[in-house]
Design a protein around this ligand. Sequence first.
Ligand SMILES: NC(=O)c1ccc[n+]([C@@H]2O[C@H](COP(=O)([O-])OP(=O)(O)OC[C@H]3O[C@@H](n4cnc5c(N)ncnc54)[C@H](OP(=O)(O)O)[C@@H]3O)[C@@H](O)[C@H]2O)c1
Length: 312
Amino acid sequence: MNRSKRMHAVTGAYGYSGKYITRRLLAKGEEVITLTNSPDRPNPFGGEVQARPFDFDNLAKLTESLADVDVLYITYWVRFNHRHFTYAQAIHNTLTLFDAAEAAGVRRIVYVSITNPSGNSPLEYFRGKAKLEKALQTSGLSNAIIRPTVLFGPEDILVNNIAWTLRRLPVFGVFGDGQYRLEPIHVDDLAALIVEHGQHDKNVTVNANGPEIFSYRQMVETIRDILKLRCKIIGIPSRVAHAIGYLVGKCVGDVTITRDEIHALQNELLFANTPPTGTIRLTDYAAEHAPDLGRSYHSELKRRTNRIAAYT
Ligand SMILES: NC(=O)c1ccc[n+]([C@@H]2O[C@H](COP(=O)([O-])OP(=O)(O)OC[C@H]3O[C@@H](n4cnc5c(N)ncnc54)[C@H](OP(=O)(O)O)[C@@H]3O)[C@@H](O)[C@H]2O)c1
């Protein structure tokens, strides 16, 4: 097969960050395909973006799917361990994707990681990301590793579901004292950074963080005030908060927050402490989207079990 290498391949282009990356690539006049397990989700790009299957269990087929690809943008990951998916699988599958890309002659990979990954982390999420970063850095592939803090945007889960809770309950419990910092980045600022790094050749690792630094408590208060709500915000022990989150999750059929996510927040793992790369402020975004923010609950598990529905 002698297909010219002109394509950009984005994982999950009908999902969250992959959609914004794809939109930016198309606006630059690039040709884009997506790798996904959800080809039947509504395709926001019409016929412009063809879906190819992940084929993680068939290296030859996955390699063939990447035969015409110049740059591969990987957003693929799982948020937590579940009976239907695990971090271990996601790591294994991502390593397969690196191998397929190398075998197919893909020129460059842009890999979406997380702020502060570490091989010594007690959290499987952050250890897994560190392992994948290392594997990519020691592969023969040109690479950019982009490390986002928490994302916000119309399809996000954390910020939307904080607003959803603030709209419904008279009291909102932050984990512990709520004083740990985070720097949320808008999903389109992340996409811009990712697309920019797809164009270069140099191997780089960069944080993707927004222009505002909040303590977690400040962020919740800011959202409450912008939405003109009266919910009282109190600190509660993280174990109690997790138990409440678990019960809310049972009611809405989701995993609202995991112990690892609480640990990551409290240990400022979503705080990059480097100059911001994004320009869109969460406060402006929340004010602009105030009528819609938190009106409906955004379910991670629904996205995983219903593979024909759009994210919003
Ligand atoms: N969202 C955040 O706040 C945030 C913060 C920091 C870092 N990140 C990183 O950013 C990347 C993209 O995140 P995102 O929120 O934009 O993700 P997403 O669009 O929801 O999903 C990205 C890709 O992963 C696949 N995927 C997700 N969960 C899966 C599961 N449980 N089983 C099988 N496949 C699954 C999706 O599959 P389909 O194509 O089949 O739908 C899609 O291809 C991830 O690597 C994440 O670690 C995200």
